[in-house]
Design a protein around this ligand. Structure first.
Ligand code: PEP
Ligand code: CO
Length: 449
């Protein structure tokens, strides 16, 4: 695409208006850090990116489901073996549930290994009359509410790159080293300690999977030679917000440009203006790209995004991530799905039921209600049914840990429980039990679609 449009280049975004960027006090140190990053090896390869695009082409064709999930923001302090494993486990557990109960192959993408930068609704945060610049994610500044922490520091970009590389190293070991093979299905049960009922349902399914494998082996099928017995693909993604950083990860492969900071990247709700820098940057890369589509997005906005980001209509290239909020989402979604379908395009639609359903609890925490989350998912499925389009997937903020950040679900977290284990530096995540419960509910929507 970029060969045809001569005006695109790795730096063409620099001449466009740009929102949500840090205001670095020392531009020279930013330039130095970026030079250093540009000389580093990339985090993923073009081959892997194209492999993902191929798998996503199946999703676009209605023959697969995309599960994308992880923390709202990764952080430097919450960085451990246990933290990464817990997200991987719950993703594997949800994916096998969707595949088994929903009867649909699942492509897995983590909000992982690079999800460090956050757009904010306000530039300043005020606490007890003191105003400081907002926290913008660990790749920009610190979350502590003091003046020094909130100064944007370019060295943090190097730390994010390093943490992403270490995270990817473990991800590759976990997904390629036997742990993610189907014979280990019982071991991924993160919800066991939280919701015994759900753990039992999952355990019984895992048992049936084992028995099916035993049966196939007894029939003489050489199961060990199938790749899913030993490994699985878990791709990485993040919001490509900081374009100084993202530019350093561009690499040319043949005639084409890839952003090798992650396999898939997305543009957030606040930076998707058609004539702004983010859309300009994204339109030149070969990666599958996502865009958040919020309640104010018009049909013309969405049509413009499709034309700019996927002018050649490449299957698996464009992922529209809707985040409308439960209320009113059916009508809005039906209108958008219908419009894109009538334009002759086959994009991937996935539902982010998190970001339109954030509320302040009576106890003062930023939270989300499980029921509102599931209602938006149901509306997403209903609207696809009505429009004759395919519900391509789910985009979640979730963790494999036992946190209390979202209310409700079968484990029934209450407003007054939120303070027990509210650990997110940003948005509230579904915990392991709530995530698995949602996977079962979505599997049932999928099976009946
Ligand atoms: C996010 O995904 O964390 C996010 C900030 O989403 P949105 O751009 O949809 O608000
Ligand atoms: Co978020």
């Amino acid at each position: 695409m970029n060969q045809i449009d001569k005006t695109w280049g790795p730096q063409s975004w620099r001449s466009k208006p740009i929102l949500q960027q840090p205001n670095y006090p020392c531009k020279e140190s930013l330039v130095k850090v970026c030079e250093e990053l540009s000389s580093m090896p990339p985090l993923v390869t073009a081959r892997e990116v194209l492999q993902l695009r191929e798998e996503l082409a199946n999703v676009a064709a209605g023959k697969g489901f995309l599960l994308q999930g992880g923390d709202c923001a990764e952080s430097f302090s919450e960085f451990s073996d246990e933290h990464i494993r817990s997200v991987v486990q719950v993703l594997l557990q949800m994916a096998v549930t969707l595949t088994y109960s929903g009867k649909c192959p699942v492509v897995k993408i983590g909000r992982l290994a690079g999800q460090f930068a956050k757009p904010r609704s306000a530039d300043l945060e005020s606490v007890d009359g003191v105003e400081l610049p907002s926290y913008r994610g660990d790749s920009v500044n610190g979350s502590d509410f003091d003046e020094a922490s909130r100064v944007p520091d370019p060295q943090r970009l190097l730390s994010s790159y390093n943490q992403s590389a270490i995270t990817l190293n473990l991800l590759r070991a976990l997904t390629g080293g036997g742990y993610a093979g189907l014979r280990n299905v019982k071991e991924w049960n993160r919800a066991a300690m939280l919701n015994p009922e759900l753990a039992k349902t999952y355990g019984a399914m895992a048992e049936r999977i084992h028995e099916s494998l035993d049966f196939m082996e007894a029939c003489g099928l050489p199961l060990e030679s199938f790749s899913s017995m030993n490994s699985t693909a878990l791709y990485t993604s993040h919001e490509a917000l900081l374009l100084d950083y993202e530019e350093t990860m561009l690499r040319k492969n043949g005639a084409e440009w890839f952003n090798l900071s992650a396999h898939m990247l997305w543009i957030g709700e606040r930076t998707r203006q058609l004539d702004h820098a983010h859309v300009e940057f994204f339109r030149g890369i070969e990666n599958p790209v996502g865009v958040k589509v919020g309640p104010t997005a018009t049909a013309a906005d969405v049509a413009g995004l499709c034309d700019l980001l996927d002018p050649e209509c490449i299957p698996g290239k464009l992922i529209l991530i809707t985040r409308i909020g439960a209320e009113g989402s059916f009508e809005k979604l039906r209108e958008l799905f219908t419009m894109v379908k009538e334009s002759g395009r086959e994009v991937i639609w996935i539902c982010d039921p998190m970001h339109g359903n954030t509320v302040k609890s009576t106890s003062g925490y930023k939270t989300r209600k499980f029921d509102a989350i599931f209602t938006e998912v149901q509306n997403f499925f209903r609207a696809h049914k009505a429009a004759g389009t395919w519900p391509g997937g789910l985009h979640l903020e979730m963790t494999g840990k036992d946190v209390t950040e979202c209310t409700g679900g079968a484990i029934n977290v209450q407003d007054e429980d939120l303070n027990q284990r509210y650990e997110t530096p940003c948005d509230p995540r579904l915990n392991a039990a709530q995530s698995l419960e949602l996977a079962y509910l979505v599997a049932s929507e999928l099976k009946n679609f």
